[in-house]
Unconditional design. Sequence first.
Length: 206
Amino acid sequence: MNKSIIFFGECMIEMRQTADGGLAQSFAGDVYNAAVYLKRTCPNIDAALSTCVGQDKMSDAMLNAFSAENISTDLVIKDTVKIPGLYWVHTDAAGERSFTYWRSDSAAKCNVAHVTPAYEELLANADMFFFSGISLAITEPSLRDAFWQMVKNMKAAGVKIVFDPNYRPQIWSSVEDTISEYKKSICLCRHRITGYRRYGNALWYR
């Protein structure tokens, strides 16, 4: 039986301007990028994305992108109202990139609200559960207790918990909130990723 990893977090719609002045659209996000990299490097590992999208055409296109990368969509929840977040990539003359985000009402922020006992049973069958600092930051504060209970249940079932700190200060309410949530992560995780690059040899464990 293949090893299985669940990636919990957000995939977003990416927009950027092309060299000829046109527009290009793709899908990206820290845990999604990690899942894609894993599947391309280790195709025998089963990867699934645990996230929430909408019921719009862009959400359908996003799910098609997951499937094209051989990432399971069995744990993707479809919200009846919300839609995925979006961001714009700005690239200056020196090639430095910056980003503008529209994600305040992203469907992925409420993923945990849709979790059922049957869904948790699927989570508990995985070998590994991977989440990041961004996964934590975007989860609605009112849902974080439910998130931590979900993670504790998985750990009790024998799932290895992996945390990528991936700190983005602008999406946290305060440094104190970040520290508090990161401490909870560190206490529960089996491995902590201490370095990450989007397109290089990406994962190091401590």
